[in-house]
Design a protein around this ligand. Structure first.
Ligand code: SPV
Ligand code: MG
Length: 291
């Protein structure tokens, strides 16, 4: 386990602070395939999306194996590198040392690990528990992840989410770089980008930053690129939110209209679904091998 992986190498090059890589969230291989088809550079293996797709809170409820197998399936279904959201690393540094080689073996290009205590709570949840582990403990977890090799380790600090302020966020970011992090994800749930802009401007390192602008969507990709500090922008939950809105609308209309005819033009065709399922490949296989 832990052999070098070419998608990790490509992603490392793509973390370009003058033109940040764009990752779209996915909760299953189909969503990942659509994100890659749309042109996103990477797939965000979001814990929030996967939890939502099981209709459970994003609070360390789903087991590691459920997330891991989804990351493997997402990687197999399409070519964009997978950035796996491993939350807290499923416990302490010993848990990280167990988990990360398995993610490497599943072919993911990067893991993102956050400095919250296990079990975690969603960063976006109003009034959620946002207790952080010590800097020293999290450095040990980064070192355990880095020891695996062959993939990028993105360290995520929740200092701003926990209300600890910019100085603490900068201190944690720097300490995580010292421990070997390849990038620092800095998260904020402020409704304006001010807090994030201030952090990015104050970030003194060459190590690229990663942002998840869910709460401050007014900050465009071009605005982020202009900062010259951010190598990765993650659209954290737009696949599941788009799916929820589309399903709600179609389901409501079908009942209201007393039939399925009305939605026909607004939903994907069955032929589209066949194509996404790999029907062309199945026809080749049938031709070659079915006797
Ligand atoms: C996720 O998508 O699972 C994330 C981003 O970790 S957030 O939900 O904003 O914490
Ligand atoms: Mg998450």
């Amino acid at each position: 386990m832990g052999q070098g992986n070419s998608k990790a190498a490509a992603l490392r090059v793509r973390l370009d602070t003058s033109r940040p890589a764009l990752a779209m969230a996915a909760h299953n291989p189909l969503a990942a395939k659509l994100a890659a088809e749309a042109g996103f550079d990477a797939i965000w293996g979001s814990g929030f999306e996967l939890s939502a797709s099981y209709a459970v809170p994003d609070a360390s409820i789903l087991p590691m194996g459920t997330h891991l197998e989804m990351m493997r399936a997402i990687g197999e279904a399409q070519d964009a590198p997978v950035i796996a959201d491993i939350d807290t690393g499923f416990g302490n540094a010993v848990n990280v040392a167990y988990a990360v080689p398995r993610y490497a073996a599943a072919g993911v290009a990067a893991v993102v690990m956050e400095d919250k205590t296990f079990p975690k709570d969603s960063s976006l949840r109003p009034g959620g528990r946002q207790a952080l582990v010590s800097i020293a403990e999290f450095q040990g977890k980064i070192e355990a992840a880095k020891a695996v090799g062959g993939m990028l380790v993105v360290a995520r600090t929740e200092a701003l989410i926990a209300g600890l302020g910019q100085d603490e966020a900068l201190r944690r970011g720097a300490a995580y770089v010292e421990a070997g992090a390849d990038a620092i994800l800095i998260h904020s749930k402020q409704k304006t980008p001010d807090e994030i802009l201030s952090f990015c401007r104050a970030w003194p390192r060459r190590t690229p930053l990663a942002l998840v602008p869910t709460s401050y969507p007014q900050l465009s990709f071009a605005d982020i690129a202009e900062l010259g500090k951010v190598g990765l922008v993650i659209c954290g939950n737009h696949a599941i939110r788009a799916a929820i809105a589309a399903m709600r609308s179609a389901f409501k209309r079908i009942l209201a209209e007393g039939g399925i005819a009305g939605v026909e033009g607004d939903i994907a065709s069955v032929a589209d679904v066949f194509a996404l399922q790999g029907d062309a490949r199945m026809r080749e296989l049938e031709k070659a091998y079915l006797r």
